[in-house]
Design a protein around this ligand. Structure first.
Ligand SMILES: [Mg+2]
Length: 174
């Protein structure tokens, strides 16, 4: 469990010296696929309109269900006292309302745990931290300078990633 990222002394260290974990939302904390399925079941006449970019559906990020074990696992990481946790999520450029939806989702499920600790970015490579838990390598995740813990199933290739579920993440980090 080595830390690859080097922090120059000029960058202020975290007050607590805890290791920093950035956590992606869709496909990691959030089961967005289920929200898409629900939407297309409720509104089959809109399937054509959104089938190419379902992440442009207005409001789709507001109340999707969490991934299995995600909420409990994040609490365990937090309670371990070893880590400072941040959200690192990309809001589709074509769905700007998604930013407030995601912000509300985090509060609904975690209360104040991520209070003022959310990065919304298309450049995860620019984040400073020790770990990034992400299901994909897009939006700079592959170039993240800490350790990328690739999570779940890669929906583009159908392959299972190194960390298939939250239990495997907890085993590695706790
Ligand atoms: Mg994702």
């Amino acid at each position: 469990m080595s830390t690859i990222w080097y922090r120059p002394k000029t960058i202020k260290e975290s007050k607590t010296m805890k290791k920093i974990i950035h956590i992606d939302m869709d496909g990691v904390l959030v089961d967005l696929g289920k929200a898409f399925d629900k939407f297309f079941t409720l509104y089959p006449h809109l399937r054509e309109r959104y089938k190419k970019f379902p992440d442009h559906i207005q409001g789709v990020f507001r109340s999707p269900p969490p991934m299995d074990g995600a909420i409990e696992a994040v609490h365990k990481l937090h309670e371990s006292g070893k880590y400072e946790l941040f959200i690192a999520t990309t809001v589709p450029w074509g769905n700007p309302m998604g930013a407030s939806d995601k912000r509300f989702w985090i509060e609904d499920h975690f209360g104040n745990l991520f209070h003022k600790k959310m990065f919304m970015t298309h450049r995860k490579d620019l984040l400073i931290g020790d770990y990034l838990i992400d299901d994909r390598v897009k939006n700079g995740a592959a170039e993240f300078r800490g350790e990328l813990l690739q999570f779940g199933v890669n929906w583009e290739t159908g392959e299972t990633n190194r960390f298939p579920d939250w239990n495997s993440i907890l085993e590695y980090l706790l």
